[in-house]
Write a protein that binds this ligand. Structure first.
Ligand code: HEC
Ligand code: HEC
Length: 319
């Protein structure tokens, strides 16, 4: 073993084992005041970073180090506020191993993916992180209150949105798969190209009508540019990719926004998909590729292998 790999292995070991003695103090949150104003930095961090850096995720389920660990590595007695903000922001804008202060985390989870966050938002997040000790009991209580407040906006508490959304995603997947297969069987792969679209799917489940459900598919490597994942959706895709790489569970994610519930489910490839999304001149033959290029000149959705994260189902439900 090279010297470097030994160091990485040791650091990795420390990161892995250090999970055990973290004190995640879960005090019961006091009744929150309805008028409470949340720090913008906290809200931004919760929405942009906690998909991966979540303070509540159990050790074995983690896809990234919790934020207080990150803070620890970037902050010591000599760090000025400006330095701290600058270093966090420049890493997030362009993650690289050379810039990393956490080689053990890079080793465990892989390098943080590059996502196109807004620079001003990142500065606010970094400032918040500088000002707030996110490992303290005091902060944790605030975080719990924030979550409780998010949840108590929920009027239809009895609806299990993750499960309702999952039904919709599965139903859509089923219809898509069936249409696609029969189109391929009837007309061959290159003539089935027109069928891989969610537009025509009519949701039959009655609950999905009550919740006024919408479903779409998005990808970080889209074929149809209209299916391009937003920055936020990309964070979910990346989180699923990291979890997958680490053999973790791909549990769906959910958030509330403007009176709506958004739920995210991973879409994975199988062998069948590769006929249209696989490697060129392997599973994806020249004739099919030609047809794809004709309809989708900016296609990015090729080069996949089996069992990879291809994108997300995004299910939007009315509360
Ligand atoms: C899709 C998952 C994901 C999201 C979302 C994410 N990160 Fe990360 N981040 C990681 C992973 C994985 C690591 C550990 C590997 C590494 O250090 O590159 C990491 C590490 C870091 C580090 C330490 C880098 C180092 O090695 O020194 C910082 C700083 C950081 N993240 C900041 C942020 C901030 C701020 C946000 C929100 C704006 C954010 N991250 C969102 C996955 C994510
Ligand atoms: C017969 C060819 C074909 C097969 C097989 C196929 N797709 Fe597609 N796929 C397409 C086309 C064409 C589009 C663009 C549809 C559109 O315009 O909305 C697409 C779009 C998608 C999208 C939406 C994001 C994007 O890139 O535009 C996802 C996700 C997707 N496919 C996943 C899969 C998965 C998973 C499988 C296997 C289970 C699969 N596809 C099999 C042709 C195919």
């Amino acid at each position: 073993m090279k010297k470097n790999s030994i160091i990485f292995a040791i650091l990795g070991f420390i990161v892995l084992t250090s999970c055990k003695n973290e004190s995640t103090s879960k005090q019961s949150a006091d009744e929150k005041k309805p008028t409470e104003k949340w720090d913008e930095g906290l809200v931004l961090m919760a929405n942009s970073c906690f998909v991966c850096h979540n303070p509540d995720t159990e050790c074995g389920e983690r896809v990234a180090p919790p934020m207080f660990k990150v803070r620890e590595h970037y902050l010591d007695d000599e760090t000025s506020k400006e330095e701290f903000i600058d270093e966090i922001v420049s890493f997030v804008q362009d993650p690289s191993e050379e810039m990393s202060y956490m080689p053990g985390a890079v080793n465990n989870f892989g390098l943080m993916p590059k996502m196109n966050f807004n620079k001003e938002d990142l500065q606010k997040i970094a400032l918040y992180l500088y000002d707030n000790d996110v490992s303290s009991d005091e902060w944790y209580e605030k975080w719990e209150n924030y979550q409780t407040a998010q949840k108590s906006n929920d009027t239809k508490k009895s609806v299990n949105y993750i499960e309702e959304g999952r039904k919709v995603a599965n139903q859509t997947k089923g219809v898509l798969g069936k249409n696609l297969l029969s189109a391929i069987q009837k007309n061959g792969v290159e003539n089935a190209i027109d069928f891989c679209s969610t537009k025509a799917i009519f949701l039959t489940d009655s609950m999905s009508k009550v919740l006024n459900t919408k479903v779409k598919r998005v990808s970080d490597k889209p074929r149809n540019v209209n299916n391009k994942a937003s920055v936020e959706e990309s964070t979910y895709i990346n989180a699923f990719k990291i979890a997958k790489k680490n053999g973790g569970e791909l549990s769906p994610k959910m958030q509330e926004k403007n009176g709506k519930v958004l739920a995210y489910y991973p879409i994975e490839t199988n062998k069948m998909c590769l006929q249209c999304h696989g490697k060129t001149n392997k599973e994806l033959n020249a004739k099919t590729l030609e047809k794809i290029k004709m309809i989708y000149p900016n296609d990015l959705a090729v080069g996949y292998g089996e069992n990879e994260i291809r994108g997300l189902f995004v299910v939007e439900m009315q509360k």
